[in-house]
Design a protein around this ligand. Structure first.
Ligand code: 8YV
Length: 312
């Protein structure tokens, strides 16, 4: 008898798929020569899907997989997955919380430090042979600064720990006050008015879309720094471009963008930004742990066991 199909939508570690082969026939959506034909002819055999928080369930798949029962998101953020839609159809959704938080927090601090101390610019200065013409211009001090964390969830709390170790003052804004020794602000504008650097660590999706807009960027001020390791959608990217080009915001460190992998020319051209290509969780160890957790959830589902990290 044909095994049910596990449809793999986004790139996924082949070795983590090995234990799943006993239960599923694995089909990579990107490897299909004609996805429409596959969905028409084999769609009813698809019971499981691996995707991520940006790709979600591709539009062509939404009504083509009547027996889809589980969606395993290879990431903590699942903003592109329509969870109410899935729940209404009895489709379980899982994600990969916690195991990536340390890496994301590391990158947040790295971007903040790099933006304050102008690390990429200093690196280019040496490489381009400019040092012989005089010293690199002075940068701004990170330690002693006020670090505002937008979203004090699992990742935000680790960012707070790391920031405190750099002798900074930590403040945060979230849905509610928490039992933590940091200053609480009940809205992003108040946090930005207080902070020297605002680190965005909220979930993505409609609920946080453009939470960081013109007013928040203006409040950070000409020496202020914005760091985003969450989702590009949380920051109004055009407002950010304007703020950087007009000098009303000092600098930015960005790992995420509104339309990845497209980064607007105005951001590429700016000398005030440190850019990384959505790599916050991209270490060998963390990506292996994420892939294993995705596989574990799917195995548990196949065996009728409780899911390890359910979303719904
Ligand atoms: C990954 C992420 O880049 O966890 C998330 O929400 O955005 C990142 O860890 C992504 O999920 C890769 O699949």
């Amino acid at each position: 008898m044909n095994r049910p199909i596990l449809l793999v939508v986004t790139p996924f570690a082949a070795d983590a798929l090995a234990p799943l082969v006993e239960h599923f026939e694995v089909v990579a959506l990107r490897a299909l020569t004609d996805a429409a034909v596959f969905l028409r002819e084999q769609g009813s055999r698809v019971v499981a899907m691996i995707t991520n928080g940006m790709a979600g369930v591709p539009a062509a798949c939404r009504d083509a997989l009547p027996n889809l029962a589980v969606i395993a998101c290879n990431g903590v953020g699942y903003d592109a997955i329509d969870v109410p839609w899935a729940t209404a159809r009895g489709i379980r959704v899982t994600n990969t919380p916690d195991i990536l938080s340390g890496d994301v927090a590391d990158l947040a601090l790295m971007l903040a430090l790099a933006a304050f101390r102008r690390l990429p610019q200093a690196d280019r200065f040496v490489r381009d042979g400019q040092w012989s013409g005089g010293p690199f211009p002075l940068a701004r001090r990170f330690w002693g600064s006020r670090v505002g964390i937008l979203g004090l969830g699992r990742i935000g709390r680790l960012i707070a720990q790391r920031a405190a170790a750099f002798d900074t003052q930590v403040g945060y804004c979230g849905r509610s006050r928490q039992e933590v020794p940091h200053a609480y602000f009940d809205n992003p504008l108040a946090l930005a008015e207080w902070a020297d650097v605002l680190i965005v660590a909220t979930p993505g999706g409609q609920g946080t879309r453009h939470l960081v807009g013109r007013d928040v960027l203006r409040a950070l001020g000409p020496d202020g720094v914005l760091v985003n390791v969450a989702r590009g959608s949380v920051v109004d990217q055009s407002a950010l471009i304007d703020a950087l080009s007009q000098g009303t915001l000092g600098a930015a460190g960005l790992d995420v963008f509104e339309d990845e992998p497209n980064v607007p020319a105005a951001l590429l051209a700016s000398d005030r930004i440190v850019l990384t290509p959505h790599i916050a969780s991209a270490t060998v160890q963390t990506r292996a742990a994420m892939a294993q957790l995705v596989a574990e959830n799917l195995l548990r589902h196949a065996r009728g066991e409780p899911l390890a990290t359910p979303v719904n």
